[in-house]
Design a protein around this ligand. Structure first.
Ligand code: APR
Length: 259
């Protein structure tokens, strides 16, 4: 075990309350592409070009095509050892809240898998950017379960709201849109209350989510960053662990199931 890993494990063991902030990197080993870096492009589009209300207003077919592709891809993915290690941590004795920027639902699936017949709720994530498997009406705001087989063949075939016939869209937060205030304030509250923040697989470039760990720091808590690369938060971290989350988290959290 590296010295850094030993130090990080000590910090986890000593923590009274933990908050975890995850980003796309935790799901990379499950096969979900990240937004930035290698694999971050879809048909030569950058996510910042597609994930906006303007793009949806201009070209809803292309935006739906992208989300439909991502829904199908995610449906074929499973939580990895990193998601499961975090779920087991949250189901354990140290009060832990998982805050995620991911919309892929893999933390939720890991919570159910890790809990088995027990109550999964302590491991269910605070999803600050929404959930890709839900639709939201762009007119009346009604939320409904989404489908993976969106017919994107024409503008008229795109999904419409059963209540008001408004255009449905994926229930995710796009660039330029505000996050749900209650969800955001819950994320910042749990970060303030924590004495340790574990930041996993996020480039920490997108605000306000990237500031969640700063709330822990401002209250005197510590950060551990787990990422393939150094990120803007690495300089603030007590320990920065470089490598794949699916390998590092089980070692860090020591919560592998008995074999
Ligand atoms: N293990 C750990 N870290 C990884 C791994 C891995 N296997 N693979 C990639 N990473 C790291 C990358 O080094 C990078 O720091 O994960 C991070 C992924 O960064 P982004 O793709 O920018 O994803 P994220 O930070 O979640 O993006 C934030 O931006 O596009 C929007 O709303 C979208 O929620 C998203 C937000």
């Amino acid at each position: 075990m590296t010295e850094e890993m030993a130090r990080a494990r000590r910090l986890v063991g000593e923590a009274g309350r933990i908050v975890v902030l995850t980003g796309a990197g935790i799901s990379a080993e499950s096969g979900v592409p990240t937004f930035r870096g290698a694999g971050g492009l879809w048909k030569s589009h950058r996510s910042e070009e597609l994930a906006t209300p303007e793009a949806f207003a201009r070209d809803p077919q292309t935006v739906w095509e992208w989300y439909s592709w991502r829904r199908g891809l995610i449906a074929d993915c499973a939580p990895n050892r990193g998601h499961l290690a975090l779920a087991r941590l949250a189901l354990g004795d140290t009060p832990t809240t998982i805050v995620t920027q991911n919309v892929d639902g893999l933390h939720t699936r890991a919570a159910h898998e890790a809990a088995g017949s027990a109550e999964p709720s302590p491991a269910l994530p605070v999803e600050v950017h929404g959930a890709i498997d839900r639709d939201k009406c762009s007119a009346c705001g009604a939320r409904t379960p989404g489908t993976t087989s969106v017919d994107t063949s024409s503008h008229d075939s795109l999904p419409r709201c059963a209540a008001c016939d408004g255009m449905l869209r994926p229930d995710v937060v796009w660039f330029g849109e505000a996050l749900e205030p209650e969800i955001l304030s819950r994320a910042f509250q749990v970060a303030q209350d924590a004495d340790l923040c574990l930041v996993v697989g996020t480039s920490a470039l997108v605000q306000p989510a990237a500031s969640v760990p700063l709330a822990t720091l401002q209250e005197g808590g510590l950060l551990i960053v787990v990422d393939l690369e150094r990120t803007p938060l690495s300089g603030e971290a007590e320990v920065s662990l470089l490598g794949p989350a699916g390998e590092l988290l089980p070692e860090l959290l020591d919560v592998e199931p008995p074999t």
